[in-house]
Design a binder for this molecule. Structure first.
Ligand code: ADP
Ligand code: MG
Length: 238
């Protein structure tokens, strides 16, 4: 609520209030450099806000120490802008990594779980491959499987479809819809792909110059008379 973040003189977020209900998917749109990634990092406690509050499942997270934050982070999946897989681990071990770190599962249980998660994203045939041996779209899928490993209540996606061809991007979008249906998670998806976001989000928030320029369904925003909203949507549909 009322989140503020500046880097030196640059005010990136000037007071953002965003609420995500259980099971809801909110798309956060905005121009490059508009503070979308910063917003996600604040939500997960990777950066600290200059002002404002953040609650995850009724818990205020801005006051927590690193140990307490780690507990919260277990409940929040994060798919980074770059899939950020560990280069030296196989696909399977990448997905099992959070399980090794945060659970007491046996290695057989971890492997089973990794297999299951990879099947959910259509990657179970590539268990033994290294990240360098699979395409960007496949890496995103694996990153998604890893983000889901601890069965998070909330998942944050940073531009899950950026840099992918339109077909692969649509596949990732479908995956988001299906996962949400299956697991009833809340999700925040940062993107500048207006039409992709229409397919998988319940609500959209458009950031502009550190504030929320508009908020609502795709139809609400498309019908907006606000100059920036109109501009964003007209470029987004070309
Ligand atoms: N750790 C940082 N230190 C200084 N400036 C940063 C840092 N992280 C982000 N910024 C700046 O904040 C602005 C918003 O960045 P970002 O959230 O990554 O934008 P985007 O909406 O494209 O994800 C950019 O101008 C960026 O340079
Ligand atoms: Mg970004």
């Amino acid at each position: 609520m009322d989140l503020q973040k500046a880097f030196g003189e640059q005010k990136v977020l000037k007071g953002i209030s965003l609420e995500v209900r259980r099971g809801e998917t909110v798309a956060v749109l905005g121009r490059s450099g508009g503070g979308k990634s910063v917003l996600l990092k604040l939500i997960i406690g990777l950066q600290t806000p200059d002002g404002g509050s953040i609650q995850i499942a009724d818990k205020e997270i801005t006051q927590l120490d690193e140990n307490q934050l780690n507990e919260v982070r277990k409940r929040v999946g994060f798919l980074f802008q770059q899939a950020a897989l560990y280069d030296s681990l196989t696909v399977e071990d990448n997905v099992a990594f959070p399980l090794t770190r945060h659970t007491k599962m046996s290695s057989a249980e971890r492997n089973n779980r990794a297999h299951e998660l990879l099947a959910d994203v259509g990657m179970d045939r590539d268990l033994g491959k290294m990240p360098s041996e699979i395409s960007g779209g496949m890496q995103k899928r694996v990153g998604l499987a890893r983000a889901l490993a601890l069965d998070p209540e909330i998942i944050l996606f940073d531009e899950p479809t950026a840099g992918l061809d339109p077909i692969t991007a649509a596949e990732i979008g479908d995956l988001i819809v299906n996962l949400k249906r299956k697991r009833k998670m809340s999700a925040v998806v940062v993107t500048h792909d207006v039409h992709g976001a229409k397919a998988y989000s319940d609500r959209m928030v458009l950031l502009h110059e550190g504030n929320i320029a508009a908020e609502g369904t795709f139809d609400d925003l498309q019908g907006s008379q606000d100059e920036f909203v109109k501009q964003f949507f007209s470029y987004g549909s070309r």
